[in-house]
Design a protein around this ligand. Structure first.
Ligand SMILES: Cc1ncc(COP(=O)(O)O)c(C=O)c1O
Length: 289
């Protein structure tokens, strides 16, 4: 049976035989960055935007991947092409570029590019039911310590938050505040709330600039909904008309409950639904189905 291939430091190898040193700083120190795009019907979506974000993260942490953005794009597409025949019907891939500093402070960097089928079955039902979010005690690390705009390999700040939420409710996701008590994001997603037909999302000071978040800005403009980047608090989320999250694998998914409070009149709300339909039309895939 054909095996999925991955790119590891200049070579295409079967995924199961791919190796990185146990002394790699990505493993020993979480010293690296990554990015993940996805496909729709096997075609990459906004790969270039994801790679721009990857190179912004690389510049911030001072890692030279030894590849130009154009080379990184070309190899990412080669990995996708090599693995495309293994995509089943209604399947799509995550495409991930992972870059660590390598074995020493001065590199050379370790570069891995791989594909992975998106596990749609794990989250499909939340398009209908919405997520339950729990505001956790772990705060999103502030930009004075490590800028959340960088997509770093170490996700421990986010993982600890997620463990806290799942301790209370195994299906819930964590929602993190910043040190001042403003709403930020959770592991893997950005948050939006709708109030009086205006969408509000935290500014990029305290969150990753999600590529899906940027897509929501575009889709909202198409339907005449204003998007505002602003600080807001839990109080505002609890009183919102609709709340949803945005994330590469899921595009956008509704939120039904925050802590113990039901959000909005219906889940998904009408604007959440409209944005999902519009996104589906844009990529030619019924996202919810
Ligand atoms: C902390 C965090 N916020 C937001 C997102 C959503 O970003 P994107 O829409 O690019 O997937 C992610 C994605 O992994 C993330 O890790």
């Amino acid at each position: 049976m054909a095996k999925r291939l991955a790119y590891v430091n200049g070579a295409m190898v079967p995924e199961s035989e791919a190796k990185v040193s146990i002394f790699d700083r990505g493993f020993t120190l979480g010293d690296g960055v990554f990015d993940t795009a996805r496909t729709f019907n096997g075609r990459p979506f906004k790969l270039r935007e994801h790679l721009e974000r990857l190179y912004d993260s690389l510049r911030y942490v001072q890692i030279d991947p030894g590849l130009s953005p154009e080379e990184m794009e070309r190899i990412s597409l080669e990995v996708l092409e090599a693995n495309r025949p293994l995509l089943g019907p209604n399947e799509d891939y995550w495409i991930t570029q992972q870059v660590s500093r390598g074995l020493a402070l001065k590199g050379p960097a370790t570069v891995v590019i791989r594909c992975e089928p998106i596990p749609f079955a794990e989250f499909a039902k939340f398009y209908k039911t919405g997520y339950r979010l729990i505001v956790v005690s772990t705060r999103r690390e502030p930009p004075q310590c490590l800028d959340p705009k960088a997509k770093t390999i170490s996700r421990l700040n986010l993982v600890l938050a997620e463990l806290e939420a799942k301790m209370v409710d195994p299906e819930a996701r964590s929602l993190m505040l910043d040190l001042e008590g403003n709403v930020t994001e959770g592991q893997g997603y950005n948050l939006f709330m709708l109030k009086d037909r205006v969408l509000v999302t935290p500014g990029s000071r305290s969150v990753l600039k999600g590529i899906s978040r940027a897509t929501i800005f575009e889709l909202a403009a198409d339907i005449g909904i204003e998007v505002v980047e602003s600080d807001f608090q839990l109080f505002d989320v609890l009183n919102a008309d609709e709340v949803f999250l945005s994330q590469t694998s899921r595009c956008l998914q509704p939120v039904s409950v925050v802590n113990n409070t039901r959000i909005g009149k219906t889940v998904p709300g009408p604007i959440t639904n409209q944005l999902l339909r519009l996104w589906s039309d844009k990529v030619g895939v019924d996202i919810v189905e």
